[in-house]
Design a protein around this ligand. Sequence first.
Ligand code: FES
Ligand code: FES
Length: 206
Amino acid sequence: MSRRSFLRGATQVAAAGSMIGSSAADEMAASEAAGASEVEALRGASELEISVNGKLRTVEVEPRTTLLQALRTHMEPPLTGTKEVCGMGSCGACTVLIDGQPAYSCLTLAATCAGRPITTVEGFGSPDAMSDVQQAFCDKDGMMCGFCTPGFVVATHAALERAPEADLDELKYQLSGNLCRCGTYPHVFEAAQAVQEDRARGGEGR
Ligand code: FES
Ligand code: FES
């Protein structure tokens, strides 16, 4: 097997593994496969331009560098809002949006992200100007240790975009790719429902 075909296979496996939520699985698979098929074989560290939160960022990455590593340790300044907890695609703490769809950044190779818009938790708001979801997590006490919270915030934005009128069962399904080891689920769902109610009353929907 050539190095090129190995890398291509690896990026396709990694891309498929980064998908979250079976409701979006087919769309994400097609999108990830399209991105992976355009990846050229990389040797050693290479410069890569990635669009993160609307800004082009240049990072030096190896073929094996994940998007999570690129965000947290390869950028200057680093974007540390996205958390690493399991590092193996089982908890959702590292959730970001790629092409508007939630994905595990710990399972996504940075090299597959060139030319694809990435949104991290920092892209939704700041401590001084929080998004409605971020504000609701604060108002409803949707966190304890907080390690899962950035991933939940990103996933909640995506869930409410995908299913704005979801009932509680649907919200649980939409957020089933994210785990909270502190057990704050009731507060997380309360936060999501508060945002739904606010948006239904004509809130900003940031
Ligand atoms: S850190 Fe990526 S899924 Fe857990
Ligand atoms: S608040 Fe601690 S893991 Fe969720």
